[in-house]
Design a protein around this ligand. Structure first.
Ligand SMILES: *Cc1c(COP(=O)(O)O)cnc(C)c1O
Length: 421
């Protein structure tokens, strides 16, 4: 594979490699709506959607038009542009959990900056995160639970100083007792509790609303910043993301993916008071040469305007539910050890009987093994899922009922294939 000469593993982001499913990654040539074509001319219905950003599908007309007309006027100025104001104003008008926002260029940058903001605002150092949540490749957050003491983390990447790891506390998801114990143990030292309110990077680990509300209460009581990393859930579960879905006001929110309409955009936001800590208003430094890039802002605005239309999210949910229910009914009828979870237009296939999986350690270990033949079978049928059993899938507004019906048949056949080999 030629790309292996240029890039580590032949890719520019590790999850694109087909390591866990075998074979070579597909090289994509173009996409339109819910369909993509690879370099060999094979056509697929795409349920990866660039890992979430493409909620309108590929090459949406309004988004493409916004990109082209804006790019023709100049790609970047390193100075304020009207497009930044327009996207910010549109988001703030439609999102009651935000007062001020700062645009950056990726979800990682958003999470990293949000952590710095929380530390600057509270004057504390420690970060509490949850096992199984991903917040981009931020040093302080590439930490997983260690063996032994529940709160003693170990880094999940080489190159992270132990001194950084020591500032990060890791607790299991959906476990009020473990959370309370950690807060008690580090009372007065925790700057921020960071969570994906709908954890969707290690399967779809839907949290109990009671747990999320508990985090809110404890953070308020203890003067800790509650950070909702809504890089996936933001503008996905509804315009107001998981905050709106659960009706919980976090202190700081991080965004990425959908917010840029397929262009590289991230953002973090909070109350005007907390955001006043950010430079040049306040002492917390954060900057970006290409932040608020006008082409990316225009793409984001074009996409979010579609999302804000009445009935947009209901229709996404309807299609997703139709697909998920039919596949689950087939699996149940055949008695397969299988469950397809979904929330809004996010879905996850799990080779498990459990009706609810809320924590990393509840995911069965052989899930990945069964996913590989499942994925391969679907590729041959013209269905593209992200190449890992721990990744979720996405339904976009561009998926038609015909796409959904074809997917139902193919997913059911793929299950028969996996279980009757
Ligand atoms: C994708 C993701 C990130 C990282 O965003 P990038 O744009 O890939 O840097 C951070 N947090 C969550 C919850 C994500 O899903």
């Amino acid at each position: 594979m030629e790309a292996k000469k240029y890039f580590p593993g032949g890719v520019n982001s590790p999850v694109r490699a087909f390591k866990s499913v075998g074979g070579n990654p597909l090289f994509f040539e173009r996409g339109k709506g819910s369909h993509v074509w690879d370099a060999d001319g094979n056509e697929f219905i795409d349920f990866c959607c660039s890992w979430g950003p493409l909620i309108l599908g590929h090459a949406n007309d309004a988004v493409t038009e916004a990109i082209c007309t804006t790019a023709a006027k100049g790609a970047s100025f390193g100075a304020p542009t009207r497009e930044e104001n327009e996207l910010a104003s549109f988001i703030l008008q439609h999102h009651k959990y935000l007062e001020k926002i700062r645009f950056v260029s990726s979800g990682t940058e958003a999470a990293m900056s949000a952590i710095r903001l929380a530390r600057g605002y509270t004057g504390r150092d420690k970060v509490l995160k949850f096992e199984g949540c991903y917040h981009g490749h931020v040093d302080a957050l590439l930490v997983k639970a260690g063996s032994g003491l529940a709160t003693l983390g170990t880094s999940s990447s080489a190159g992270i100083p132990q001194a950084y790891v020591n500032e990060t506390i890791v607790v299991p998801l959906n476990d009020i007792e473990a959370f309370d114990a950690a807060v008690e143990m580090y009372r007065g030292q925790i700057a921020v509790v960071a969570i994906e309110p709908v954890p969707a990077n290690n399967g779809l680990l839907i949290q109990d609303g009671v747990f999320l509300k508990h985090l809110r209460e404890v953070c308020t009581r203890e003067g800790i910043v509650l950070l909702f990393d809504e890089v996936i859930s933001g503008f996905r579960l509804g315009f107001e993301g998981a905050s709106g879905y659960y009706g919980i006001q976090p202190d700081v929110l991080a965004f990425g993916k959908i917010i840029g309409g397929g262009m590289p955009v991230g953002a973090y936001g909070a109350s005007a008071e907390i955001m006043s800590q950010i430079a040049p208003d306040g002492p917390v430094y954060q900057a970006g040469t290409l932040s608020g890039n006008p082409v990316a802002m225009a793409a984001g605005l074009a996409q979010l305007k579609e999302c804000a239309k009445p009935g947009f999210y209901e229709e996404l949910e309807r299609k997703t539910k139709k697909m998920v229910d039919a596949i689950q009914a087939h699996a149940d009828q055949k008695n397969y050890v299988f469950r397809i979870f979904h929330m809004g237009s996010i879905f996850w296939v799990s080779f498990s009987k459990e009706k609810s999986i809320r924590r990393m350690d509840e995911i069965p270990e052989n899930s990945g093994q069964l996913f590989a033949p499942f994925h391969r079978f679907l590729l041959e049928r013209g269905i593209y899922l992200g190449p890992s059993g721990y990744e979720v899938g996405f339904v976009s507004a561009a998926h038609t009922d015909a796409d959904i019906e074809k997917a139902i048949v193919d997913f059911c056949d793929a299950l028969d294939h996996v279980y009757n080999k």
